[in-house]
Design a protein around this ligand. Structure first.
Ligand code: ADP
Ligand code: MG
Length: 340
């Protein structure tokens, strides 16, 4: 029988990968913000039009890229963040898979403007559509990178039609924006939606960042949490028990400054509120866990919001006892009147 197997052309492979990396405009927001963080930006602006369906733009003042890198960053598996398989065990950057930009460029109209510090006044501007480079030319740009992603899913009508209303899509975008902004309070963030400012977050500390996002009233609701052992450092805040809610509200875990979802660790927090909140109520929290990168695996899913810990049970136990202790220290009186 004749051989029938073929290698897929790059643009097809990229489009397939894009299906996993890019679910909606908010996925683009996440990837671009994370790239700006990895580039050590001090100030990041997110510009959105039509809930990201027409435009997602991220402007950063980070390291920028050379002329060659500006072209190469759109190739699949092109990354400056890891070099070998060993590096996978010591990841300190948000990215490392080298597939976000390749994926995004396969399913949108992308324009990138970038300049490194040492390349005097001139940087480079490149336009790419459906994985195809349309143009690249020198351009006078500021140090850093501006990337504009237009008409997401223009070549995948089924995906484009599947997008939800602008109200829903902007919600997802704001969620991603919150997660990155909370994880990096030392970076200034601005978000502009359809021409008006939504967020203006100056560089500050963790508490101030939370207050700037969720409002002044949040300040008095926060109970600080802090503990450090050989295997785990915990910092951040839980929200006082009186403000626990039925719905899942403001609950954030960050592991090594990366937002993650974990129903197991959520349970540990709920358990630490035992006797302070009613069954079925969910406390709010902003918890930062720092662990040795060797003890976690973040390469479980392309979006990296799930994580595997070597020793999940110890994490659970420590989290639970630390929060219990913090709540006790702040002498939170139990909410005894459950009929209130
Ligand atoms: P990853 O982040 O996993 O490396 P990406 O596709 O997101 O993969 O980006 C590819 C590469 O492009 C990055 O490794 C980085 O070198 C470069 N890059 C992307 N965005 C920026 C940026 N905003 N500033 C500087 N370099 C960037
Ligand atoms: Mg990336």
């Amino acid at each position: 029988m004749a051989d029938i197997i073929q290698l897929l052309p790059d643009h097809v492979a990229n489009q397939i990968a894009a299906g996993e990396v890019v679910q909606r405009p908010a996925s683009v927001v996440k990837e671009l913000l994370e790239n700006a963080i990895d580039a050590k930006a001090e100030s990041i602006t997110l510009v959105i039009k039509d809930a990201g369906k027409t435009l997602v733009q991220v402007i950063d003042d980070g390291a920028g890229m050379s002329v060659t890198d500006a072209r190469l960053c759109f190739e699949r598996h092109a990354t400056s963040k890891i070099k070998s398989a060993e590096d996978l065990f010591s990841i300190n950057t948000k990215g490392f898979r080298g597939e976000a930009l390749a994926s995004i460029a396969a399913i949108a109209h992308v324009e990138l403007k970038t300049r490194t510090e040492d390349s005097s006044e001139v940087g480079t501007k490149i336009a790419i559509e459906g994985s195809e480079v349309i143009s690249q030319e020198p351009a006078v740009v500021q140090k850093g990178t501006t990337i504009s992603v237009k008409n997401l899913f223009y070549n995948i009508p089924a995906r484009r039609n599947f997008l939800k209303s602008n109200t829903v899509e902007i919600r997802h975008i704001i969620d991603e924006f919150h997660r990155v902004a909370l994880a990096h309070p030392n970076v200034a963030f601005t978000m502009i939606n359809n021409g008006s400012d939504v967020f203006q977050l100056p560089a500050s500390n963790s508490r101030q960042r939370i207050v700037n996002i969720f409002g002044t009233k949040t300040n008095e609701k926060l109970v600080p949490v802090s503990e450090e052992t050989e295997i785990l450092k915990i910092s951040g805040f839980v929200v006082k028990p009186d403000f626990a809610r039925k719905s899942r509200g403001e609950q954030f875990f960050f592991v090594n400054d990366r937002f993650i979802k974990s129903s197991y660790l959520h349970h540990a927090v709920v358990a630490s509120f035992e006797g302070l909140i009613k069954d079925g109520m969910n406390p709010g929290y902003f918890l930062f866990l720092d662990v040795d990168p060797k003890t976690i695996d973040i390469n479980i899913h392309p979006t990296k919001t799930e994580i595997k810990f070597d020793d999940e049970h110890s994490m659970y136990a420590m989290l639970r006892s630390t929060i219990k202790h913090s709540l006790g220290q702040f002498s939170i009186a139990p909410v005894l009147d459950f009929n209130k």
